[in-house]
Design a protein around this ligand. Sequence first.
Ligand SMILES: Nc1nc2c(ncn2[C@@H]2O[C@H](COP(=O)(O)OP(=O)(O)O)[C@@H](O)[C@H]2O)c(=O)[nH]1
Ligand SMILES: [Mg+2]
Length: 757
Amino acid sequence: MEPYNNLKNTILGINQELRLLIRKAASINGLPHHTLNAWKTTTSRIHRQLAEGMVRVAVVGSIKSGKSTLINSLFGGDYLKRGAGVVTSIVTRIRPGDSIKARLKFKTWDEINSELNQALVLFSAAHLDTDERDFDITREKDRTRLQQNLSVLNRDQLISDGTRDPNSVLITEYLKGYDRSKGLVSFEPSTHTFEEEDFYRQKDFVGDQSLAIYLKDVLLALITPKGFGENIEIADCQGSDSPNPFHLSMIQDYLLQTHLIIYVLSSRTGLRQADIKFLTIIKKMGLLKNIFFVLNCDLSEHENLTDLTGLISRVRDELNLILSDPQVFTFAALYNLFKDLEHKEGALARKDLLRLEQWREDLNMAAFSDQETNQFLKAVVRKISLDRFELLVRTNLERISSVASSMRDWAQINHDLLCKDAGKAQAAFAEMDKRREASDQVTLLIKDTLDGTTRKLKQDLADNVERFFDLQHGDTVQEIIRFVDSYNISIKDYEKELESSGFLPTLYRIFQVLREATNRHIAESINPKLVDFARLEEKKIKEVFDQVSGPYSLMIQDALDQYRRAVEKLGIRVEQSPFKSIRCPDIALVKNDTHLSIPSLVATMQYSARIKTEAILRLGFYSTLKGVRKLLKKKTERELDSAVRSLDDSVRRIKKQIQESITAHFMDYKENFKYQYLFKLVDAVSGNLYEVLVDRTRAFTGNLSDLSVLIENKRVSRDRIVNEFVSVEKSVSALLDQIREAKGFVDNQSTTQLISI
Ligand SMILES: Nc1nc2c(ncn2[C@@H]2O[C@H](COP(=O)(O)OP(=O)(O)O)[C@@H](O)[C@H]2O)c(=O)[nH]1
Ligand SMILES: [Mg+2]
């Protein structure tokens, strides 16, 4: 059994017991349930966090560096398609499961049509004579017509600078995959699960571009490697060096949620320009703290160990320029994978078996690879264990402990009060009611001031956001505007295209180039800046709540002490439990729990629709077009010159349109960032802090009036109720012992026990 799973199950078990006790207490006749409901909410949340909370590991690196091979070797089977190259931007996520399973989530027809229409907007304006109606891929007529239209386009119109126009790729692939995907796609979000012997069919899907394009999300359940435990997600982030900036931004989005990045380099290529660029982006996003490098070595490529160690130190030196003291592990992922596969019937082709034998024969290299593999596994397990521990175990154990001690106090007080004779009980009620009121005052005061703090903080954050996104004076938007302005489009380069393809297609091509460059700039430069800004604001949130949590904590402690003294004076015993000062919850934890992440900046960028309607129609390009076409037919020097001038002018207008779209986009984005991210985060942190604070006082608030109702209710037998309280008390005490034991285990043995592998 995994050490982490053991501990997690113990805590889940304790929490489950506590929930049962809360339910049992709630069944005691006639008690109003305010206090118990609050505990129920807390314990449900603890359960959810422990069951669903995730430590995330992202595997990144250039195409064919061996990411999929590495993941396969970790899980001991050929689960992910190897050698797929950049197919899509899909991040394939893997979670532990009891059996292997692949869940493919498909886009809806609406999402697909919206993507297609977006792609068609300019493409069709330039190349195709489609009607104004929206394209609907589910209509056969639409598909046939588009297919016909595409088939008459010549190669030049689909390819420029040696790369295919991304919009034409998208349209073509969707059409190509339609027949095979239609059964699985619908108007509602749909998923398809491949299980057991069907599992490997997912590879056909993910590995085929025209099918993969229909996918929204891929989640695999695999048997976890030893020591990894549960609550972990490993992601194959392909396409970090894809020419499509959307892919880059999707990977960035995932990286923001990860706790560990495993960066794979191929020993065949070493550190390449693309790697340096991507690592620089990761650095700007502040994510280099948690990164391991795997130098995936091809055992056939290196003469001997000396040769390999030479390469290692070169790579290390190069990495050192980006970050100090990088952690590099060098081993052969394919060798490891083959070693796993050779024991599986028919899993390894004869050719690969021979390769394996050959690799084995080089004893030095094989031993070196094995040793490094071991080190790597240890480092990974250690890292995820520590993170998972902080993220899930420590805080939740603390919360359970707090609920349980409150509940024990609550049961004891109720029990003792019920045992008093009527006269004394009345006096006790009166006294304790006063105390309760005082304690209620404290929580009310905390609530009010916390609300005030929250309001003020939101105002400050809003000001910062305004400044960051300020269109005139802020750097962010201006930087992109300047980027577009100064982006050098040399019309000379397009003269030939102008002659062969015509005016509008050339203009379209230029628009494509500009758009891709702008998106890339946003993904590479603006996004990291934004992440940095977000982190700074999160830090402010933490600081503000840390500042107030100290005094609040003292106020609560004070109220509790007074209450305890009053209770003791009345001859009611309550156990002294140490008071642990309450601090602002960890921001990462709150984000994880509330599924909050920075809204995507690039993915929502849509400017082609505006360009079409505004740039092409409103600015009357069509009329220009006619004239130009006529001119081009004659192809005299002077006339070509005038076409070039026309194009030059149009490029200026297009730039202006792009800039306007960017401005509009950032106006929207700013609000989104503020309301959907920062403000929600502030509310969540504040709510969480308040809950932890008042949880401590729950035993003393509300319960007394509840109890007097009970006493006055003559129909219920007092003895029976007393017995029920005693039983709850006993059970909670036993649970508290278990909690103490778990805490002791956690504290004394630190994490070494948890991460033994
Ligand atoms: N010869 C050799 N091939 C390898 C090695 N590692 C991976 N490959 C192959 O290289 C190709 C690309 O690997 P893959 O894991 O798919 O790379 P990814 O694009 O980073 O996921 C696959 O066909 C692998 O089998 C290696 O060490 N030696
Ligand atoms: Mg791959």
